[in-house]
Design a protein. Structure first.
Length: 365
């Protein structure tokens, strides 16, 4: 039940410190500084032979896959990419023997992802599942995989399933990296940082009232841009999707580096941009993108690391988040975006848990 929250989505947003901890539970080994994912049904030798990783998914799960691909390639030095299952299903994709696939899905029933998986399996691919619903069709038909253990997600808009999918990819990337490039000490730092994420998420959730006040200030806007780069690009896509789904406000997620190639034409005094600008190696680049928007009088809400005075001076409003290692910001930055979408929907009197035209699991194509 809702346990005192106004709706399931709010409850599920606030549950994330626990749901992420559940996903990680028993899957991190501090001594050997690696990940443990027995359900993959693959020996270390088989994992070592993997030359490429492809991820298929839809919607929010695809966004988690985009983060996963970036992380795996960065840490494990294995080429990795994420593709929409609705696209992969109908193209004549090449399956190579040393490639493994992940089908990422909360429900385990999404038709596009299921049929993409069946098509890949027919071609001889090994397809692993990252599923939340135990015993779901995709979980049953996959060659192995990982349950996210986020617990039942009732609200149509996915929140805790997303952060749990991220957590699985962080464990998997660690496992693959430690078999290749990553030292024990770097692995231990990674494990500790990952174990600390639930607590950092709890800290971010304390910004509830501040984010609600921002929603009250901005919810009348007709259009929003959500902008980030690198690991924060998929987070921008996810923030825009959340706002669209439950508030019906038009929002577009873009790479901040791409705005000058078109979307900047949309910017005026009435079109706010939400920037993801943590302290990472792309911060300077994103700051210059913020200045481009500012020069065109676009209002800016910036999600930045606590104490970042330079960002605060450019933005109209900021949502400060605690500092984490730069690879871990997706966990920390999606939380304010989920809350922002939720409070905008509330202001507009929307049915948050059951948005129009949407179903929790899309079993038709
Ligand atoms: C987003 C949302 C959808 C789903 C998508 C995939 O809030 O609810 O975009 O993420 O339909 O669903 P699963 O993960 O069940 O395959």
């Amino acid at each position: 039940e809702k346990e005192g929250f106004a709706c399931f989505m709010e409850k599920e947003i606030f549950e994330q410190p626990e749901s992420i901890a559940r996903t990680l539970s028993g899957r991190l080994d501090l001594e050997y500084a690696t990940g443990k994912l027995g359900g993959l049904n693959m020996t270390s030798r088989e994992l070592l032979a993997v030359k490429r990783i492809k991820i298929v998914a839809a919607g929010t799960s695809w966004h988690a896959g985009l983060v996963g691909a970036y992380l795996i390639e960065t840490l494990a030095r294995i080429p990795a990419s994420a593709e929409l299952s609705s696209e992969l299903r109908y193209r004549n994709s090449v399956v190579e023997p040393d490639t493994i696939y992940f089908a990422v899905t909360q429900s385990g029933e999404t038709a596009d992802t299921l049929y993409a998986m069946r098509e890949l399996k027919r071609k001889g691919a090994r397809v692993l599942g990252i599923c939340n619903v135990v015993g779901s069709t995709i979980a049953r038909e996959s060659d192995g995989g990982v349950y996210t253990h986020a617990g039942p997600e009732i609200a149509v808009a996915s929140t805790k399933a997303f952060t749990s999918q991220l957590a699985v990819f962080y464990v998997f990337a660690l496992l693959m990296a430690r078999m290749r490039d990553m030292s024990v000490s770097a692995g231990q730092r990674f494990v500790k940082e990952l174990q600390g994420i639930p607590e950092k998420v709890r800290e971010v959730l304390k910004q509830r009232d501040h984010i609600q006040a921002l929603a009250k200030k901005y919810y009348k806007a007709r259009d929003f841009l959500f902008l980030g780069r690198g690991l924060e690009y998929p987070v921008a896509l996810e923030g825009a999707l959340k706002l669209k789904e439950i508030s019906y406000i038009h929002a577009e997620g873009y790479s901040a580096g791409e705005i000058k190639h078109g979307p900047i034409a949309l910017v005026n005094e009435e079109t706010p941009s939400v920037f993801l600008v943590p302290r990472d190696y792309l911060r300077e680049k994103v700051i210059s993108n913020m200045k481009e928007i500012k020069a065109r009088k676009g209002p800016i809400i910036a999600l930045c690391t606590e104490g970042d005075a330079e960002v605060a001076a450019i933005a109209d409003d900021i949502i400060p988040v605690p500092a984490v290692d730069e690879l871990f910001y997706p966990f920390i930055l999606i939380i304010p975006l989920q809350l922002f979408a939720y409070f905008c929907a509330l202001e507009l009197g929307r049915d948050v848990d059951q948005p129009r035209n949407l179903a929790k699991s899309v079993t038709v194509e």
